[in-house]
Design a protein around this ligand. Structure first.
Ligand SMILES: C[S@@+](CC[C@H](N)C(=O)[O-])C[C@H]1O[C@@H](n2cnc3c(N)ncnc32)[C@H](O)[C@@H]1O
Length: 248
């Protein structure tokens, strides 16, 4: 493992690696997410919906939608007459999202689209809400991804983004670090330590990528630079997750 991989920052071949990671773990992604979040993930998504405000009948986009969990929340809240699109770079994740959707009774049919967060295939001002969960760590250019979210929002539109972070409190950080080591071990049971693209196994990446990744005010600065002048963040689960909110 190279130093930059350990820190979870950018490295050559990251886009292909990330795609291969999510193709590999797609089948057990949801199960592992529940374990990693200590079953708090749905609570974070409910909070995101609260921050989205009134979206009934609106046009909504979930970027890096994965297996669709946030898009399902959006669809339920936006209701019939709304438009909900889920974009992801990994086709296998989208297949699972569509399969899950077919077993749900949602008020609106979600459109699943393969696409890149760094180059969204939508005209300027297409959406009233853009959501994204735990994707930014995985992109090769965080600023560009946030700028794209801003670009596709209509004036008055909102962005609500969840991303993992690290607790600032030293005592909490001590226990958090122990917990993350356990998560890595747990992930090993799922990813079997399989080396992907000659790099680290999937759950080594998903835990290591939190290291060296901007959060809190540093991330808010990225949102402000993109144009979200009122960007702010909410700390959840003692700082293990931050929810970023802004409007165009
Ligand atoms: C940690 S998963 C999160 C999935 C989902 N948002 C959730 O809440 O469970 C990150 C997702 O981002 C996707 N992703 C990574 N880079 C991307 C990019 N450049 N464009 C679109 N999706 C991307 C991955 O394929 C993966 O499905």
């Amino acid at each position: 493992m190279t130093e930059d991989q350990k820190k979870g920052v950018q490295f050559e071949g990251k886009e292909a690696y990330v795609k291969d990671v999510f193709t590999e773990i797609a089948e057990y992604y949801d199960e592992m997410n529940e374990i990693m979040s200590m079953h708090m993930v749905q609570g974070w998504h409910k909070f995101m919906m609260k921050k989205a405000g009134d979206i009934s009948g609106k046009k909504c986009l979930d970027v890096g939608t994965g297996t669709g969990e946030i898009a399902f929340h959006v669809a339920r809240k936006a209701g019939s007459g709304s438009t909900v699109v889920g974009v992801d770079i990994t086709p296998r994740m989208l297949e699972l999202a569509a399969r899950k959707e077919s077993g749900l009774d949602l008020p609106v049919k979600i459109e699943w689209r393969e696409g890149d967060a760094l180059d969204l295939d939508f005209p300027d001002g297409s959406f009233d809400l853009v959501t994204s969960g735990y994707m930014l760590r995985n992109v090769t250019d965080i600023q560009k991804a946030v700028c794209e979210m801003y670009r596709v929002l209509a004036p008055g539109g909102k962005v609500v983004v969840a991303e993992l972070s690290k607790p600032d409190n030293k005592l909490i950080r001590f226990f958090y670090d122990i917990y993350m080591k356990r998560i890595k071990k747990k992930g090993r049971k799922y990813d079997k330590g399989k080396v992907i693209d000659g790099r680290q196994p999937a759950y080594d990446w998903l835990t290591a990528s939190i290291e060296g990744f901007p959060y809190g005010e540093d991330m808010v600065a990225i949102f402000r630079k993109a144009g979200f002048e009122d960007a702010r963040f909410y700390v959840k689960s003692f700082g293990a997750v931050n929810i970023y909110v802004g409007s165009r």
